[in-house]
Design a protein around this ligand. Structure first.
Ligand SMILES: [Zn+2]
Length: 313
């Protein structure tokens, strides 16, 4: 009787342990299937203090936005001549310039031999992460279908979220916050927009300024949309001859037109124009629409730059 009782307890114990193990396994499988490890697009990922990212590429954090999001730089090649590509200084409806930059990062990651040995490429995909986050819910890579479509043919309201994402979270137009012909009240189309309290009052502009001064690149390209053209940069005096060569090379390879100047409205505090004051050639690439990245055109323009600056081919 005693022995039978002990045996029963023994068997029951085994059954209970078995049931517990089965439950733990089932719960584990359930969570594994329902909650993938990646938290891509999650704001936690965007603002967290760790270096984890939806992107597998290593990157440097060159600064943080007003809301604490990282401004990241991705580096390729080890040459002495540095070329920098800057996306989404206007977030909002210019989200395609972030996607073009992320496409460039993927391309250079998968095609290691594209960058000549004497060239280094740095891509800063999102300079205004708060403005981009406001519109697409992340400053990491996202699918174009997830982003709002915006038709500039219709009437524009500056209060529209997609439009207000152009500015940083303090409502400052970062591409009016640089030290070239800076004015407190600047223009975007027929609107008066804030250029900040003084040049480089905004952390995003300050981060880009400090990084570019430290890197002292051969040339810088800013991606914008959607005026369809390659524009030179100038603050006072004449356009740098190197900037003209750069404009010609990018324009001829990509097929974008190269207007003499941007004449739609007066631009003050522009980042590319500021670079000319410290002798660094810079161009602005204006994509033709707000919802396309025109990858093949831009790949051709970017590779033409590699040939222009490399002494090796
Ligand atoms: Zn822009």
């Amino acid at each position: 009787m005693f022995l039978v009782f002990t045996d029963t307890i023994y068997v029951m114990k085994k059954l209970i342990i078995g049931a517990v193990l089965l439950t733990v396994t089932a719960v584990g499988v359930y969570f594994f299937l329902n909650f993938p490890l990646s938290i891509e697009g999650d704001d936690v990922n965007d603002t967290g203090s760790t270096e984890e990212s939806a992107d597998t590429n290593p990157y440097e954090v060159i600064g943080t936005s007003v809301e604490g999001r990282k401004i990241r730089a991705f580096r390729f090649g080890g040459g002495e001549k540095t070329l920098v590509y800057v996306g989404a200084i206007h977030g909002g409806y210019e989200w395609n310039t972030a996607l073009l930059s992320y496409e460039l990062i993927d391309y250079l990651t998968n095609n290691g031999n594209v960058v000549p040995a004497d060239i280094e490429v740095i891509v800063i995909p999102v300079t205004n992460p708060d403005g981009l986050y406001k519109v697409v819910g992340t400053s990491d890579k996202f699918a174009a279908e997830e982003a709002p479509q915006f038709d500039f043919a219709s009437e524009v309201s500056i209060d529209d979220t997609v439009v207000s994402g152009r500015f940083n979270s303090r409502g400052v137009d970062l591409n009016r916050n640089f030290d070239c012909k800076w004015q407190k009240d600047a223009l975007w189309r027929n609107y008066t927009v804030s250029a900040g309290s003084e040049p480089f009052s905004e952390p995003e502009a300050k981060a880009l300024r400090d990084f570019l001064i430290a890197e002292s690149p051969e040339a810088v390209v800013f991606f914008h949309s959607a005026s369809n053209g390659i524009y030179t940069s100038i603050c006072e005096g004449d356009v740098l001859p190197e900037t003209k060569s750069l404009q010609t090379a990018y324009s001829e390879a990509s097929g974008y037109p190269r207007p003499d100047s941007f004449t739609y409205y007066e631009v003050t505090g522009d980042a590319a124009d500021w670079l000319s004051t410290i002798g660094i050639p810079a161009i602005t690439v204006e994509l033709s629409q707000h919802d396309v990245i025109e990858w093949e055109k831009n790949r051709a323009g970017i590779e033409a730059m590699f040939h222009l600056y490399s002494a090796l081919d």
